[in-house]
Design a protein around this ligand. Structure first.
Ligand SMILES: [Zn+2]
Length: 160
């Protein structure tokens, strides 16, 4: 199973459980959209998903509806909301997630960072009166490009 299939299989399990529990229909569109979310390059914007869904004749409304549902199921997580809604990026997170996200606060760039050790550590934790489902980790800071830019600006300033 490749990475996308694996992600789809895990998130589908969580979606199915939620749909059954709430008496919601297992529509074909919901699974198609979930599959697209797993296959899009992560993280993705709502607009990228709408665009992809349009190719299969799935409406914007249905797409947004599914995104809201996936967030309720806790398989879809919004990232870096501080950059405004239009630029909010999303990613699929399941309980087998083993990476963390490094987010640049200056330019909004997001990168995956494999750190299974940290995730395992958290997964092994027990919190009283609480059952863990998913873990998502974000590390905020400044990326290499932004740091280089800042340094160049500073050097230019010093030369004058
Ligand atoms: Zn940056």
């Amino acid at each position: 199973m490749n990475k996308h299939e694996d992600l789809y299989a895990q998130s589908k399990q969580q979606l199915d459980a939620y749909l059954d529990e709430h008496g919601l229909r297992h529509t074909q569109e919901r699974y198609m959209l979930l599959k697209m979310m797993c296959e899009l390059e992560s993280p993705f914007t709502a607009e990228a998903l709408v665009e992809e869904a349009r190719k299969s004749n799935i409406s914007r409304a249905t797409t947004y509806h599914m995104m809201a549902l996936a967030q309720k199921v806790h398989i879809l997580h919004p990232l870096i909301k501080q950059f405004g809604d239009r630029r909010t990026q999303y990613e699929i997170v399941t309980h087998k997630n083993d990476h963390l996200q490094i987010v640049c606060l200056k330019c909004g760039r997001v990168a995956d960072f494999k750190d299974p050790g940290v995730v395992k550590l958290l997964q092994a934790k027990k919190y009283s009166n609480f059952v863990m489902q998913n873990i998502s980790l974000y590390v905020y800071g400044e990326c290499k490009i932004c740091r280089r830019k800042a340094k160049m600006l500073q050097e230019n300033y010093l030369e004058k």
